[in-house]
Every structure is written in structure tokens, then in C-alpha cells.
Design a protein around this ligand. Structure first.
Ligand SMILES: CC(=O)SCCNC(=O)CCNC(=O)[C@H](O)C(C)(C)COP(=O)(O)OP(=O)(O)OC[C@H]1O[C@@H](n2cnc3c(N)ncnc32)[C@H](O)[C@@H]1OP(=O)(O)O
Ligand SMILES: N[C@@H](CO)C(=O)O
Length: 273
């Protein structure tokens, strides 16, 4: 910049959750795609068909999800229409999508841009498709919701029951092998790494899956079983097995849980209790 020239700083992003933010994120995504297409001509046609040819985030996302999840018997055009119809009529879903994009962009140091998340994060894509499956479930379109769950699991290796309730601002990082059961509830601003199970113990029916509070971090390979509560802001260490409530803002790691289990087993062996 020549000496003395003053460049205005870029304006701060609009407030989270606003419609203005939705437009701002979409404008960022298009600018990123234009920049990447120019820098890497091999990706130009891909970026045109997935992002630059679309007039809105929901159209781009519906097109991308339709292509990812289609099969020889479940056509991409059918899926595109299904996704677009639901995203364009449900402002809550669109706002959750934007919050999820923000979660990846600002909570994952490996996420270089919004478009990187939109195109390449299978945890993000699985979560958006799950939101549609969940909506279908609540509308009693259960066979279609279950067919979608099956395709999401086939394509992304993320198996979320369509009845599971998931908040917004969710980061499913890497996401391979994530399993979320039917009666699980996940709050807002939760980060979940790969190979996490929110499962039942196998000993009870009905409401049998974990309830995860707001702002929780669940490390890679953690297994959380039963209708237990993980309090707001808690952290579950990678590789932990958690069978009891975890209070808000506390950290649970494998060693703590294993000690409890070993103690229990020792008491059973020694005293038969
Ligand atoms: C490609 C990739 O990078 S994939 C990313 C995979 N990474 C993850 O899944 C991260 C998940 N995060 C963790 O497991 C973290 O270690 C956390 C959340 C448990 C750390 O929580 P904090 O409350 O900050 O705990 P802090 O780091 O102070 O550790 C406390 C103690 O627990 C131990 N500890 C930390 N994590 C674990 C774990 N997963 N299992 C067992 N012990 C652990 C620490 O060594 C420390 O022990 P010390 O007190 O004897 O020194
Ligand atoms: N995405 C996270 C974990 O792999 C990071 O880059 O730190």
C-alpha cells in the first residue's frame, strides 16, 4: 500500500444467528470459491457446480448433499428437491447450518475457510442431512427419515438415529464412526470428535441414551452409555467410557471411570454386592 494511503478495515461479521449473518457467510463462501477456482484451475468446474452457480447457501448445500448421498435407486434430483424444500421453508435449520459452519471455522484450527467446511467436512454434511432426517421424523415421514439415516451412515460413516435431537453450533470433527442413539439429546455449541458413541447400555428400553449439555467437548473414541447427563461445559477425555452423570464444567477421563468400574468389580468379587 503506498505511503499515506488509508485502507478501511473490513467490517466486523454480523451478530451470530441473524439473517444478515446468513447472507454474510454465503458471501464469504462465494468469495473463497472464486479465489480457490482462480488459484487452482483443476477445481474451477467443481467449485462452479457446487458453489458459484447457486444463488443461496441452501441451494448449494442441497445440491452438494444430493450428489453425496444419492445412489442408483435414490436419485440426486429427488434428494436435491427434498433438502431444498426443507431448508428453504425452515429458518431454524438454516440458522443451525450457519452456526455449524461457524463452529468448524472458529473452533477447529484445521478449518481454513467456510467453504472448506461446506464442501469437505463430512461431520458437517452428516449433521445437515441428519437435521433434514429429524424434521422428516417429526413429520411422521419415518421410512424416508430412516432411508436417509442409512445413506448418511453408508456415505459418511456417521450413524445418527433420525429421532436424536441436536442443537446448533455443532462441530463433528473428523466424524468417522460417530454413533448417536434414538433418545440422545445434544445441546448447543458441542464439539464431538471421531469414534464417539452416545449409546444405550443394552439393559433398558425407552429413554435410554445420553443427554449432552451446552458447550460440552467429547474427545475421540469416548463411549457414553445410558440415560445420563453430561453437564454444560464438561469435557470428556479421549478414550473414556462414561456410565454416570458428569457435573457441569468438570472433566471426565478414562482413569476416573475405570477406577470406579474396577472398584465395583472388586466389591462384587469380595463381598458379592
Ligand atoms: C488429528 C487429531 O488431532 S484428532 C484430535 C483428538 N483429540 C481429542 O479427542 C481431544 C480430547 N481432549 C482430551 O482428551 C483432553 O486431554 C482433555 C479434554 C481431557 C483435557 O482436559 P483438561 O481439563 O484440560 O485436562 P488436562 O489437560 O489438564 O489434564 C488433566 C489430567 O488428565 C490427563 N489426561 C488428559 N486427557 C486424558 C485422556 N484422554 N485420558 C486419560 N488421561 C488424560 C492429563 O495427563 C492430566 O494428568 P495429570 O493431572 O496426572 O498431569
Ligand atoms: N481438527 C483438530 C483435531 O484434529 C485439530 O486440527 O487440532
Amino acid at each position: 500500500m503506498p505511503a499515506g494511503e488509508f485502507r478501511h478495515p473490513s467490517p466486523p461479521p454480523p451478530p451470530p444467528g441473524s439473517e444478515e449473518e446468513e447472507r454474510w457467510v454465503w458471501a464469504q463462501i462465494k468469495a473463497e470459491a472464486r479465489r480457490d477456482a482462480e488459484a487452482e484451475p483443476a477445481l474451477a468446474s467443481y467449485l462452479y457446480s457446487t458453489i458459484l452457480s447457486h444463488s443461496s447457501l441452501e441451494r448449494s448445500l442441497s445440491f452438494h448433499l444430493g450428489n453425496k448421498l444419492c445412489s442408483s435407486t435414490l436419485l440426486s434430483t429427488l434428494l436435491y428437491d427434498l433438502f431444498l424444500n426443507i431448508f428453504s421453508t425452515d429458518a431454524t435449520l438454516r440458522s443451525a447450518t450457519v452456526a455449524d459452519l461457524r463452529a468448524a471455522r472458529f473452533r477447529d484450527p484445521a478449518c481454513v475457510s467456510f467453504s472448506h467446511c461446506l464442501l469437505n467436512y463430512k461431520g458437517f454434511l452428516a449433521c445437515q442431512a441428519h437435521r433434514v432426517a429429524h424434521k422428516l421424523w417429526t413429520q411422521s415421514r419415518r421410512p424416508l427419515a430412516l432411508a436417509l439415516q442409512s445413506r448418511i451412515s453408508d456415505v459418511f460413516s456417521v450413524d445418527i438415529h433420525p429421532a436424536a435431537k441436536i442443537g446448533k453450533g455443532i462441530l463433528f470433527d473428523h466424524a468417522t464412526g460417530v454413533v448417536v442413539g434414538e433418545t440422545a439429546v445434544i445441546g448447543n455449541n458441542v464439539s464431538i470428535l471421531h469414534h464417539v458413541t452416545l449409546g444405550g447400555t443394552g439393559k433398558s428400553g425407552g429413554d435410554r441414551h445420553p443427554k449432552i449439555g451446552d458447550g460440552v467437548l467429547i474427545g475421540a473414541g469416548a463411549t457414553i452409555l445410558g440415560n445420563i447427563k453430561i453437564g454444560d461445559g464438561a469435557k470428556i477425555g479421549a478414550g473414556s467410557v462414561v456410565l454416570i452423570d458428569v457435573p457441569p464444567r468438570t472433566t471426565a477421563i478414562l482413569i476416573l471411570c475405570s477406577v470406579i468400574l474396577l472398584l465395583n468389580r472388586a466389591l462384587t468379587i469380595l463381598f458379592g454386592v
